[in-house]
Design a protein. Structure first.
Length: 336
C-alpha cells in the first residue's frame, strides 16, 4: 500500500473513531443530565408531599445521602443531591437545558441566581464551547453585568447578541473525563498521583506506623476525594479509629506550615462531619504534617471538639506530635 493510500485509510478510521467518541460523550451527557433531573424532580415532589413534616423535611437530604451512598456508592453526597434538586427547580422542563453542556457546567450555572444572567452564560458557554474553568472565570469576572452596563444603560438585547470566544475548546473526550460521568457509569476515577517518591514513602511509613500502634486504627484509603462546591480535593490518608469512633484525616505538605493549610483541613473535617459521619460517630480529627527545610512540624485539628472526656480519650489513643514527628524524621534520615 502506498504511503498516500495509508494516510487516507488512517484519516478515514480516525474520522470514524472521533465521530463515535463525540456521539458517545453526547449520549452519556444527555443520559446523565436526564437522570439527575429525574432525581431532583423526585426529591422536590416528595418534599411537597403534605405528609412531610417540616422537621423531617430538613433532614431529608442528609439521610437520603447516607442511604443512597450505602446502596449505590459514591456520587450522592448531600451537596450533589441538593444540586440535582436545583437542576429540576431551575429547569422544570429538561428539554430547556443545553445538551452541549456537561453536569459540571450546570453546577457552575446553578450558582448564578439571576435568571437572565444564567441564561446568558448558558447560551454563550454552549456557543463558544467554554470549558468549565472558562465558564467559572467569566462568571467570577461578572461578564454579564459588565456588558450590560457597557453603554451606561441596561441593554439586555445587545448583551445577548454579543458572543465571546472561549479559551478552551471542549473535545468529546473532555466530557468523558468528568468525575460525575465516572460515578454515573460506576467506573473508578483516575485520582491524582503524588509527584514525588519521598511523599509516597512518607505516607506509606505513617500508614504502617499508625496501624502498628494497635489502638483501634483501621485504614480507609489514600487520596480520598472531598468535593466542595464544584472543586475536588484529595486527603492524603484517611483512617477510622473504632475506639474513638472517629475518622482521622492526615494531610502531608512538603513545605512550611501555612494558615491556609489549617483552613483547608477544617474544610475537610466539616465535609466528613456532614457528609460521611454516621449518627453515632464523633467529630473527625485532622493531622497536618509539614516537611520544611529545617524541621518536621505536626499540627492537630480537633474539628471543633468541646467534649473534654472525648478530648482526653483522643490524647490517649492518637500519637502525640513528638512521637509522630520522630517517626517522620527517622524515615527522612534513611533517605539521606
Amino acid at each position: 500500500m502506498k504511503h498516500s493510500e495509508m494516510d487516507i485509510l488512517v484519516s478515514e478510521i480516525r474520522t470514524i473513531m472521533e465521530t463515535a467518541r463525540a456521539n458517545l460523550s453526547r449520549e452519556i451527557n444527555t443520559t446523565m443530565l436526564n437522570v439527575y433531573w429525574q432525581v431532583g424532580r423526585t426529591i422536590v415532589e416528595r418534599e411537597q408531599d403534605g405528609n412531610l413534616k417540616a422537621q423531617y423535611g430538613a433532614k431529608l437530604l442528609p439521610e437520603l445521602s447516607k442511604r443512597l451512598t450505602k446502596e449505590l456508592g459514591r456520587g450522592y453526597s448531600r451537596s450533589n443531591l441538593y444540586n440535582m434538586r436545583e437542576l429540576y427547580l431551575q429547569y422544570p422542563k429538561i428539554q430547556t437545558a443545553s445538551g452541549k453542556l456537561s453536569w459540571s457546567h450546570y453546577l457552575e450555572l446553578l450558582s448564578v441566581k439571576d435568571n437572565d444572567a444564567r441564561a446568558f452564560y448558558e447560551q454563550e458557554c454552549a456557543n463558544a464551547r467554554w470549558s468549565v474553568e472558562e465558564l467559572k472565570r467569566q462568571i467570577n469576572s461578572s461578564l454579564f453585568e459588565r456588558l450590560l452596563l457597557s453603554d451606561g444603560k441596561a441593554n439586555k438585547e445587545r448583551v445577548l447578541e454579543l458572543a465571546t470566544q472561549g479559551i478552551t475548546m471542549t473535545r468529546p473526550e473532555d466530557m468523558l473525563k468528568e468525575p460525575y460521568v465516572f460515578e454515573f457509569l460506576g467506573v473508578p476515577e483516575n485520582k491524582p498521583m503524588l509527584e514525588k517518591d519521598l511523599e509516597a514513602k512518607l505516607i506509606r511509613h505513617i500508614e504502617d506506623f499508625l496501624l502498628e500502634l494497635g489502638r483501634g486504627f483501621m485504614y480507609v484509603g489514600s487520596q480520598q476525594r472531598v468535593t466542595i462546591g464544584n472543586t475536588h480535593y484529595y486527603v492524603d490518608m484517611v483512617f477510622y479509629n473504632k475506639i474513638l469512633k472517629a475518622y482521622v484525616l492526615i494531610d502531608l505538605k512538603m513545605g512550611e506550615l501555612k494558615p491556609e493549610h489549617a483552613g483547608q483541613m477544617n474544610a475537610y473535617l466539616n465535609y466528613y462531619k456532614t457528609e460521611i459521619n454516621e449518627d453515632d460517630d464523633n467529630p473527625p480529627i485532622g493531622i497536618i504534617l509539614c516537611k520544611t527545610s529545617k524541621d518536621v512540624v505536626a499540627e492537630y485539628a480537633l474539628g471543633g471538639l468541646s467534649n473534654q472526656v472525648f478530648a482526653s480519650t483522643y490524647v490517649y489513643y492518637i500519637p502525640n506530635k513528638d512521637v509522630l514527628v520522630s517517626e517522620v524524621k527517622a524515615l527522612l534520615e534513611q533517605e539521606k
